[in-house]
Design a protein around this ligand. Structure first.
Ligand code: ARG
Length: 460
């Protein structure tokens, strides 16, 4: 008979048994479930709600069950529906009536809520460490390429000169925010719903402060209905993970472009590339593509859970059992993606000559040319128009700005002097962009130090 079978006259249909059960996916919460039950039992005994002997028997029994699950000695069944009832049934089978006292002043509704929070608190820290590792890889690469000039793009058109380090550090900055988003989420999630009961608290003199503290939460949740109904923390995590994946996906997209023969800015390591079954020449960036693809999957997890939650009245509804699979899927996916991504970036070969060659075309020093005239006294808008005319002249002549003779330049503006050629050198154009946050070495150096301090603060 089911744990809840008292008011039923008939067995659950086998179809419904399978449909209703969640043990196939919530078994992974076994550790948190047992941890929560131990804290609950200790509190019940401390508050005199159950005897100390029963409390001790329950805790000892749970310890053994935990060890047995970890040793693979326990069979968890769909008959017992979910991890909560499986553990309780095992306990009662082992220690008898004391086990039947464990669920005093508790519901599966607050139990599942506490399990999931405990689980996600732990996973968030693991994911954060994986992001920090990726940041370290990015910073190391950036250190080697502060002098590597490449074209920066807008609209996928060559725009202005930057360094490869600067480009990498843009992702470094994004990942810092991804980390703090995870930390914010963790901070808000850090309240314990245990003791909310089914929805309306309990008549027993429980001590929610004790269980919250024992389980490592900052405080208990403050409203029992919210305590069992809230899945904001899971949604917040999924949205933080979606944004993180969006960043990895944009980076992947760039790597895919950079690997193409049209760019050839980088070459992926053989260990991070794949071949074609028919075209012998191919070396494909499948890893980057799959990372980009998995982003859609994580967005799907977020949209799925948002949709599950959108029409639910308070308090618990069984729909909410559907929270786990998307959350687990997103966590697993992100944990798989981050190390692969870090390895791909760490091992990729950067081709500075090709970046420099691409930077030499496309007039990416045109803004610098206008700035040159502006610094000689011409209003910027006039300088802009003047250089626009020069660029047109150059395209007609098939020349670059720096290939024009001084006479040609002076025909357009007498402000041009011999020093214009220095001003148009891409290395100088880049080096002079030393405004705060710019690509000049002084600024990439500052960014590197900032990110290194960010990582150090979190890995002491
Ligand atoms: N397996 C359920 C879930 O994951 C646990 C809570 C069930 N509570 C209930 N009254 N049906 O949401």
């Amino acid at each position: 008979m089911k744990l809840w079978g008292g008011r039923f006259q008939k067995e659950t249909d086998t179809l419904v048994n399978d449909f209703n059960s969640s043990i196939q996916f919530d078994a992974r919460l076994y550790k948190e479930d047992i941890q929560g039950s131990m804290a609950h039992a200790a509190m019940l005994a401390d508050c005199g709600i159950i005897s100390q002997e029963d409390g001790t028997a329950i805790i000892e029994g749970l310890k053994e069950i935990l060890a047995d699950i970890e040793a693979g000695k326990v069979e968890l069944t769909a008959e017992n529906e979910d991890i909560h009832m499986n553990v309780e049934a095992l306990l009662t089978a082992r220690i008898g009536s004391a086990g039947k006292r464990l669920h005093t002043a508790r519901s599966r509704n607050d139990q599942v809520a506490v399990d999931l929070r405990l689980y996600l608190k732990k996973e968030i820290l693991e994911i954060r460490n994986l992001v920090l590792h990726l940041q370290k890889v990015i910073v190391e690469k950036a250190k080697q390429h502060q002098n590597t000039v490449m074209p920066g793009y807008t609209h996928m058109q060559r725009a202005q000169p930057i360094s490869f380090a600067h480009h990498l550090l843009a992702y470094g900055a994004m990942l810092c925010r991804d980390v703090t988003r995870l930390e914010d989420c963790l901070e808000r999630m850090d309240e314990c719903p245990l003791g909310s009961g089914a929805l309306a608290g309990t008549t027993y003199p429980i001590d929610r402060m004790e269980t919250a503290k024992a389980l490592g939460f900052r405080a208990p949740t403050s409203n029992s209905m919210d305590g069992v109904s809230d899945r904001d923390y899971a949604l917040e995590l999924l949205s933080g993970l979606s944004i993180l994946m969006m960043h990895l996906s944009r980076f992947s997209e760039e790597i895919i472009l950079w690997c193409s023969w049209e760019f050839k800015f980088v070459e992926l390591d053989d260990g991070y590339s794949t071949g074609s079954s028919i075209m012998p020449q191919k070396k494909n960036p499948d890893v980057a593509e799959l990372l980009r693809g998995k982003t859609g999957r994580v967005y799907g997890d977020l949209m799925g859970l948002l949709t599950t939650m959108k029409g639910l009245p308070l308090a618990y509804n069984k729909d909410m059992q559907e929270d786990k699979e998307p959350v687990f899927d997103a966590v697993d996916t992100v944990k798989m993606c981050l190390p692969v991504f870090a390895g791909m970036v760490e091992t990729m070969r950067v081709l500075p000559e090709n970046m420099r060659r691409a930077a030499g075309k496309g007039f990416i020093n045109a803004t610098d040319c206008a700035d040159y005239l502006t610094k000689k006294g011409m209003p910027f808008r006039d300088a802009y128009t003047t250089v626009g005319k020069l660029v047109y002249y150059c395209t007609e002549q098939g020349k670059l700005l720096e290939e024009l003779s001084l006479a040609e330049l002076q025909q357009i503006s007498p402000l041009f002097e011999e020093d214009v050629y220095e001003a148009l050198k891409l290395e100088n154009c880049m080096a002079q962009r030393s405004s705060y946050g710019g690509p000049a070495i002084s600024e990439t150096q500052r960014q590197i130090e900032t990110i290194e301090a960010f990582i150090a603060q979190r890995t002491k």
